[in-house]
Ligand binder design. Structure first.
Ligand code: AMP
Length: 281
């Protein structure tokens, strides 16, 4: 495994490989867990050389305190990726990626105004810039993302479609802790009891999904979720919405969309967690 910090060095290494090997890219912000490693395993199945980027991208944080608290342990990440048989780590400094504050801005229209976009203003513009940069630097044949960040996946799909990147995208299932909490680097910052309580998120999503399947009107499904969270004072529910994955707009009934997801964001002990379920999984 080789670790590159400089764009130029990574490019020189990959130039030799581009014509002969299928290159897979797994973008991450480090503090790796089994969710990230599941993307690596998928990439290894269909690509001959796997690059994992480890970069906490400052431009996608709308809250400086959140950025400052984001967990990081590069030596641990390196050991995990080495054990997983990764070929290349790209771990640039912020200065390497942003020698100057980028003047280019990128907008994803209505898609970036819903859910995560609404609650984290500017977040997807930052995601668009960093993923666009990584695609240009690595020039992968195939890139891998997790369903955990479902809206992000559709943002990146838009980026690829509208900018004509010749890159195949894979959306990988959510890897969960034993009691159902979606694995996340942020889980490290939860206290033991908050981590146990956070199972409520997955339980609630499952219950809502079952209610929908049993024909309960979506308004009532949503009201029940808000009621449930209102009874847990450690939690602050930011949003729960049943959306059309085409545009991430809330839907009124399940007939109005082909692909539907239940999306939820909540804070517990000051840690923001997100999760989702696809209705037809
Ligand atoms: P992050 O480091 O949080 O930016 O995540 C890097 C990639 O890993 C993104 O594509 C995430 O969607 C994906 N990911 C994060 N958590 C999980 C999980 N629990 N299961 C599957 N993929 C995940």
């Amino acid at each position: 495994m080789i670790v590159f910090e400089k764009i130029q060095d990574l490019r020189a290494h990959l130039n030799v490989t581009h014509s002969t090997k299928r290159i897979g890219l797994v973008p991450t912000m480090g503090a790796l867990h089994q969710g990230h490693l599941s993307l690596v395993a998928l990439a290894q199945k269909s690509c001959e050389l796997v690059v994992v980027s480890v970069f906490v991208n400052p431009t996608q944080f709308n809250n400086p305190a959140d950025l400052a608290k984001y967990p990081s342990d590069f030596n641990k990440d390196k050991a995990l990726l080495e054990a997983a048989g990764v070929d290349v780590i790209f771990a640039p400094s912020p200065q390497e990626i942003y020698p100057e504050k980028p003047s280019l801005t990128i907008s994803f229209g209505p898609l970036e105004q819903q859910l995560e976009g609404e609650f984290r203003s500017g977040h997807f513009a930052g995601v668009g810039i960093i993923v666009g940069k990584l695609f240009n630097i690595v020039q992968p044949n195939h890139a891998f993302f997790g369903q955990k960040d479902l809206q992000q996946f559709y943002i990146i799909k838009k980026l690829v479609d509208e900018m004509n990147f010749d890159i195949e995208l894979t959306l990988a299932p959510i890897i969960r802790e034993q009691h159902g909490l979606a694995m996340s680097s942020r889980n490290e910052r939860l206290s033991t009891s908050d981590r146990a309580d956070a199972a409520l998120i997955y339980q609630t999503l499952n219950q809502a999904k079952e209610n929908i399947r049993n024909g309960l009107p979506l308004r009532q499904v949503t009201a029940k979720v808000f009621e449930l969270f209102a009874n847990h004072e450690r939690f602050k529910l930011e949003y729960f919405e049943v959306i059309n994955t085409k545009n991430f707009e809330s839907i009124e009934d399940t007939e109005s969309a082909e692909s539907i997801a239940l999306c939820l964001a909540a804070e517990i002990g000051g840690i923001r967690l997100i999760d989702n379920l696809l209705l037809n999984d």
